[in-house]
Design a protein around this ligand. Structure first.
Ligand SMILES: [Zn+2]
Length: 425
């Protein structure tokens, strides 16, 4: 194994120190360390964070390898500072059996760039009719703990209750894509002033809020763990605040794009801005940002959703919803939160690692911890060029925008996956 001596790095914004990485762990920290056998990395001005953990990534393999593979998505993740991603189940075939989740898990190990933790489907084929083999997926080599029909809502309350009851036995989590489908039929964007003006069918905030309200009550009734994917409205924040005050075991995520972009982007009719749940209003963004700071929203998750050109560069109505996120998430967090390094580490590494049960992740670099970390240059600014992204797809909503921060290096258990801002393999 390689050894690395990182010189003058600021751990979570603290005074600069040296970090010696050896045998997969942070072996030593302190000023003026020496290690003749180690590769030296000058880190003046750089900040070390625990490797980021994404609870919501679409890797598209198996089935849509033209949009992304486990390997290309893993590389995009490492370049974004991630060391672990949870892969959503809406692949083809759907990850609703032990066989498919083991396949994704094995592909992740072969790529070796980040830890890929598969999420299992809640229902067979994401069809919302009967429970998938949750127990078999939990007992498989992939040891699935989070289940989600993401892309679809588990709309049937009886099925949702049974899923919550089932995973309680192994302290599993149901991650809900909160969308009452009867309220969003034909929806193209957020329902509001802009959708009225553009004449597009709206996706009302209440379709999200009603499901979250129902599910926090179900989770409380059953005593199970519930996670809410991509919270997008101010009303959802209020429902979650209420539930958390009651002690319901619920956690919630917000995406970078819902923290930054509003529904006015639809005025361009550029389908790169079509996403589910849709971009909302400035009022929603303000509530989401406040909730991220005060902890009602626990984490930032990317909902990285690569799409092939033909699925995205077409008329708005026919375009698939979703946008890339892994390679830009830290920059958006830095833009939104500023250099609050401990908060960023909490929301993007420590808490998502804890929710997913990824015990090797989420540790601030200190002697004896796994050397699973990322180095950020907060002073750098970069222009996002879609063609330069490592993802196999190009649907970033930040094309040609200038964003703060750049990932300089990422380490997974002591092995560099990114050096000098470039993927090592
Ligand atoms: Zn979703």
């Amino acid at each position: 194994m390689n050894s690395y001596l990182i010189r003058n790095v600021s751990v979570l914004g603290a005074a600069p120190t040296d970090l010696l990485i050896r045998d997969g762990v942070v072996a030593e920290t302190g000023a003026g360390l020496s290690a003749p056998d180690a590769t030296v990395i000058g880190a003046d001005g750089l900040v070390a964070l625990p490797g980021l953990v994404d609870l919501h990534t679409h890797l598209r393999e198996p089935g849509r390898e033209d949009a992304e593979t486990v390997e290309t998505g893993s590389r995009a993740a490492a370049l974004g500072g991630y060391t672990a991603v949870c892969a959503m189940a809406n692949t083809s075939p759907v990850a609703d059996t032990a066989g498919v989740v083991e396949q994704v898990w094995r592909l992740g190990r072969e790529a070796g760039l980040v830890d890929v933790q598969p999420i299992g489907a809640v229902t067979v084929g994401l069809a919302g009719e009967r429970l998938a083999e949750l127990g078999a997926m939990a007992e498989s080599a992939a040891r699935v703990r989070i289940f989600s029909d993401d892309g679809h809502c588990v709309a049937d309350p009886r099925l949702m209750r049974r899923a919550l009851e089932y995973v309680k036995a192994f302290d599993g989590i149901i991650a809900q894509h909160a969308e009452e489908p009867r309220l969003t039929e034909g929806a193209q964007m957020h329902e509001g002033e802009v959708s009225t003006r553009l004449g597009l069918t709206g996706w009302p905030a209440v379709a999200e809020e009603a499901i979250i309200a129902r599910d926090v009550l179900l989770a409380e009734h059953v005593g199970s763990r519930l996670h809410i994917c991509h919270v997008s409205t101010a009303g959802s924040v209020e429902v979650l605040r209420h539930a958390k005050a009651r002690g319901v075991r619920v956690t919630a995520e917000v995406t970078p794009h819902h923290l930054l972009l509003t529904d006015t982007r639809a005025e361009s009719y550029d389908p790169v801005f079509k996403v589910n749940p849709p971009l909302r209003t400035a009022t929603d963004i303000a509530a989401l940002r406040a909730a991220l700071v005060d902890g009602v929203i626990d984490i930032i998750a990317t909902d990285h959703a690569p799409h092939a050109v033909e699925d995205k560069e077409c008329e708005w109505a026919y375009a698939r919803p979703g946008m890339l996120g892994l390679e830009t998430a830290l920059s958006i967090a830095l833009d939104v939160l500023g250099p609050q390094w401990d908060l960023i580490a909490e929301r993007m590494s420590r808490t998502p690692a804890r929710i997913a049960g990824l015990t090797e992740h989420g540790h601030a670099p200190a002697p004896g911890t796994p050397a699973t970390l990322t180095l950020v240059d907060p002073a750098a600014r970069r222009v996002i060029e879609p063609a330069e992204l490592a993802s196999r797809s190009r649907n970033t909503p930040y094309a040609r925008m200038t964003l703060p921060g750049r990932i300089v290096a990422t380490f997974l258990r002591g092995e560099a996956t990114v050096l000098d801002g470039k993927a090592v393999k």
